[in-house]
Design a protein around this ligand. Sequence first.
Ligand code: MIG
Length: 661
Amino acid sequence: MDNEHDGYVAPAYLVDDEFFTRTFGEIITKSSQDRALNDERFAHLVQTEPFHLQLPLTSRFVYGTGERSFDLNLYGRHLTFWNTDPSPYDRGSEPINYAVPFVVIVADDHVQGIFVDNPYHGTVDIGFTDADLLTFSFTGPARGVYTYTGDTLASVIAQFTAQSGRMPMPPLWALGHHQCRYSYMNQREVLAIARQFRRRHIPCDAIYLDIHYMDHYKVFTWDTEAFPDFAGMAAELHAQNIRLVVIVDPGVKIEPGYDGYEDGIAQDVFIKLPDGTRAEGVVWPGNTHHPDFASERVRRWWAEKLQPLLQAGVDGLWNDMNEPLYFGFGEALSPADYLVHDVDGTPAYHAEQHNLYGHQMSMASRLAQEIADPQRRPFNITRAGYAGTQSVASSWTADNTATWDSLRLSIAMTLNMALSGQSFTGPDIGGFAGDTNAELLIRWYQACVLMPFYRNHSAVDTIHQEAWRFGEQAEGLICQAIDLRYTLLPYLYSQFAACHFDGIPIVRPLFAAEPQNPHLRSIDDCYLVGDHMLVAPITTEYALRRTVYLPAGSDWYTFDAQTRYHGGQLISVEAPLNTVPIFVRAGTALPLWSQLQSTPSELPAPHLRLYPGHGETRLYQDAGDGLGYQRGEYAWTTFTLSDDTLTHTITGDQRFSHFTV
Ligand code: MIG
């Protein structure tokens, strides 16, 4: 099926007009959806002063810009800032779901960041037209332009997030292994999946409900036939230490009698056309109106509407479809530029608000969780976002595919998101679109072992890809990777804290460890986690060995601490199917937990594995949930290793510091 035209890749399941008609049937006509897409009466309205900024480009190494399905180094590319859903994307699909108008330029002796705070449709030409120029162009004016300079990547990202927003501490369970599927169809299936995890001793912290849990895709509802005892199901999951996350879609079905619609009309919460009537677009429920999250009033309305789900035991919200998009025949379309938003009393066209919609929806969903339980840390995940969205939600790298290339892309994409301020990201493990297979799934679980977000997800009509679906050997290997992640959580959680408190990205490209070396600046087949760990996974089919460059400046150990290498050299390592090559810097005191089935409510004392050498390692500990961390209820323990002599100092609240050597 050829679904490509003008370089735009349409959503695979929409390409088919037959599918579209079958799904949405008589409820829509082509003209009703066109109404908000291209109405001649309004097209002339949106006229703005374009923005243009051109700078000399002195480096060939440029990163950031949000979610890009390219290699890490974005030099030579022409990229668009317009949140779009080419589901699924492939290498080179452009733009995709989450754009951030921020670039990081790495030169030999310094790092520079440029943030053009401009939500309008825009592009950045990174040495594409002229090798030595960087050009930002937007259809409307910027709210501000900021530049940051520093010696390190981390310092520039820290400055950018100090301005755009820092990630709050997530609950510890958000770092665990999450299981998703489009869709688990009913409560029996959900509980059966949970039982499988526990019976097989595969760690799991959360199960997700995708769109089929709703009553006819009506947001705020659940299907009471498929989920006759929703709260009971949630309670049963909780009893097994598994949290429940549900998807929320912004399109509110137009259906008299449905409270989301009726009350939305009564409270006047929907986006309008310039003539004051409500804009309409087609998404999963058929014809819908979209809440106008630009105003606090509407965000509060949304938050209140979600209370029944949260009271029934939902622990996290998954914000989808918030680029936002309407379905068209054969493609996903953006709502028209001239739709009118109400920004707390000031009207603004969609042209200006489009790229902010995912962020604003995330604010609303986060508020819902804060209202439901002000003592808990919200867990909120979003597909679309803007600069600063890390302050209100985590994200995932949207609809990838079950291919080896998509696995390779997930490293570059997660790194560029981290370099755009959004550290708490990861791919759909196993691949979303298409059927995965045992080897690919094993390698994907291994590759992501220390990525901030760790969720298995797959699309409707693909084979099931839970850890046990490919036989005993594959299950054992996948379980081993998940076990490894849980062992490493004390270290990973400390990197989350460094990101929250100091703005340091959780994962970083290899070159961050050796900034003077220009030969490392395009490497994206491995990633650093904090300062001490390097994950160099296998991302090629049948491969059992790979090369990896160990950064200069210190020695490195294999994870088991058995083999020591000098830094500053390329080595070749064996990586049979049961291995993910991980290296630890000499001088590290690595905090490890023993086997867990889910994150515990009280953090156990980690055991330290020592990698002899000279260095400092910082361990962060708090309650794992709750807002005490905002009032100083946490401890940082700094371990200093000198050859094999270990000393430590504690800052903060001593009560939280515990470990064994
Ligand atoms: O149009 O809810 O990216 O994770 O499973 C597809 C169904 C809508 C897109 C999300 C994907 C999710 C799917 N959604």
